[in-house]
Design a protein around this ligand. Sequence first.
Ligand code: ZN
Length: 185
Amino acid sequence: MILEIVKYGDPVLRRKGKPVGEITDEVRALAADMIETMRAANGVGLAAQQVGIPLQLTVLEVESTEERPSTMSIDGKEADLADWMPMVLLDPKIEPGKEKETASEGCLSFPEITAEIERSLSVKASGRLLDGRPVAFEATGLLARALQHETDHLNGILFIDRMTSATKTSIKAKLKRLERETKDS
Ligand code: ZN
């Protein structure tokens, strides 16, 4: 089922997600619906807050392309990204690497807004998969960026919080309009 994506201005986007706890049929159904919703919106990641549920659950689907390459490795060995996507991560924790890069980023809760955001080039991520198994891996490229963006969502942090003040000023009018539309809907 395709769910409605919550837009900027809805207070649920500012809520910190609760730990998932037991993996029930309800959690599995939510994850499946979120994957369907993310794909329908051509996104590379979606957090539970974005479908109105403050829970530590995110789905990701990143493809490594020449333009925006990504890698994933487990215990130092490179993994085949395609084997892991789409990925459902429960209660994820990340440790961003020191090296940073600035690149263009969008968010399904901010339609038509893209901005340059500084993020770490690599992250160490850990959490649980939908079958309850623990997982730990290192990611680079777009996958590392998506992990940082989505774990921010799970903690009520939005990409506008990561923008420079100049960037935020440049999209101020669009943000105001979006916020108003959300509140009126
Ligand atoms: Zn987002």
